[in-house]
Design a protein around this ligand. Structure first.
Ligand SMILES: Cc1cc2nc3c(=O)[nH]c(=O)nc-3n(C[C@H](O)[C@H](O)[C@H](O)COP(=O)(O)OP(=O)(O)OC[C@H]3O[C@@H](n4cnc5c(N)ncnc54)[C@H](O)[C@@H]3O)c2cc1C
Ligand code: SF4
Ligand code: SF4
Ligand code: SF4
Length: 346
């Protein structure tokens, strides 16, 4: 019997998180680099055939797939603490630098051996990297709105390191949680980002930026989705923008079925929405999250009760689910296995 992930792939709702590649004991699955996909309507993310010919049906991959696991109805159910924060060392970061700041501080204190991250070159082509020092973290600052199978890098990390931190968008944070629960306990900390959607490389780098925004990739310093627009800041100080609705329709298919905005399965979630410009919104969700944030607190400035706060986060959770929940439940009806949107406290 083929693993459940075969259906996730066939129905084009595979988030390409890379978890199945990380855990398959015989290396039977490979998540293609999203860069290789030229047609955004053809989401055949897998090297089909070869992989499944050697599949031994152990179903490990099915136990770590966030789509097989489904979503949680109330994604703020496990928020223990919510506050604003910014790292005292945040130059080059997307917002307040909390994501990089946590990792840098933990590396300096010798609390983690390795973390996964995404770097990019001048042309904004991303690359998944294993980080082993505070210096390595510098290379990963800034948001890339393209998608990469970050968790696939865990395959190598599990072989070489014992205390691993994962940072990624909600589908990746969810899959990392499932790996930690079901397969490998070496993941000591999961930092989840907030995420409305992401894009295939080619769509972002060959269509949205050059054709819609009419900007050269190598001139770009920073990209940002905020306040209803997609903003591109260039090195010469110019600012270009288009309404989000003009680009959101090009988001990847799984993102149109995704019902997690705030990384409900992370230990610590980090975003920009809910906090003032230049700050991060921070959600502590687990005991592990509390423990690790306490270790790095001295390297952060904290803002209690940030504005606009959780009210805006809740509004955006609702916006993301509108349509997406319906799309996901329609696919669930086609699956041969039970999944959906669970009404449960985690
Ligand atoms: C695709 C995407 C969509 C997002 N949408 C929202 C949103 O709607 N609302 C919101 O509040 N926040 C959103 N964020 C999060 C936000 O952009 C910042 O990442 C977050 O606020 C942390 O800021 P920082 O200054 O601490 O990050 P930094 O200190 O700059 O660190 C950035 C970290 O993000 C990682 N990273 C960058 N790109 C990716 C990627 N594509 N996949 C996985 N990891 C990546 C890097 O490895 C690095 O560890 C999104 C992020 C991504 C990647
Ligand atoms: S069922 Fe087992 S062998 Fe087959 S792809 Fe999944 S993890 Fe690999
Ligand atoms: S584990 Fe991730 S990459 Fe694998 S099928 Fe599921 S969503 Fe896709
Ligand atoms: S919306 Fe974000 S979290 Fe959801 S599948 Fe897309 S990239 Fe992953």
């Amino acid at each position: 019997m083929p693993p459940k992930i075969a259906e996730v792939i066939d129905y084009d709702v595979c988030a390409a998180c890379g978890a199945c590649e990380a855990v398959c004991p015989i290396g039977a699955v490979t998540v293609k680099k999203a860069a290789g996909i030229r047609d955004p309507n053809d989401l055949s993310l897998y090297e089909k055939g070869g992989g499944y010919q050697v599949c031994e049906g152990c179903l490990t991959c099915s136990r770590v797939c966030p789509v097989v696991d489904g979503f949680i109805q109330d994604e703020l159910t496990n928020v223990r603490k919510f506050f604003g924060a910014r790292s005292k060392d945040n130059v080059g970061s997307q917002d307040g630098g909390v994501a990089s700041g946590i990792l840098k501080s933990l590396f300096k204190q010798g609390k983690i051996d390795c973390a996964v991250g995404i770097t990019r070159n001048e042309k904004w082509e991303p690359e998944v990297v294993l980080l082993t020092s505070a210096e390595d973290v510098e290379r990963t600052r800034g948001t890339k709105y393209t998608s990469d199978p970050v968790l696939a890098a865990l395959r190598e990390a599990f072989e070489k390191y014992d205390r691993i931190a994962v940072i990624g968008v909600p589908c990746q944070a969810h899959a990392a949680h499932l790996i930690r629960e079901n397969v490998n306990e070496k993941i000591v900390l999961i930092i989840g980002l907030l995420c409305m959607e992401s894009f295939h490389h080619d769509v972002m780098l060959e269509k949205i930026i050059p054709e819609i925004l009419k900007v050269k990739l190598e001139d770009i310093r920073k990209m940002e989705f905020t306040k209803g627009k997609f903003w591109v800041y260039t090195k010469d100080g110019e600012v270009h923008s288009v309404p989000i609705k003009d680009v959101a329709k090009f988001a990847r298919n799984p993102c149109h079925h995704c019902c997690d905005y705030t990384s409900v399965f992370a230990d610590i979630s980090v975003g920009s929405v809910g906090a003032p410009d230049g700050w991060n919104s921070v959600f502590i969700r687990t005991e592990i999250g509390e423990k690790y944030f306490d270790m790095v607190r001295e390297d952060m400035e904290i803002m209690e009760d940030p504005k606009p706060g959780l009210e805006l986060v809740e509004k955006l959770i609702g916006m993301k689910r509108k349509g997406n929940a319906e799309h996901f439940l329609e696919v669930c009806e086609k699956f041969s296995f039970e999944t959906g949107i669970r009404n449960e406290t985690i």
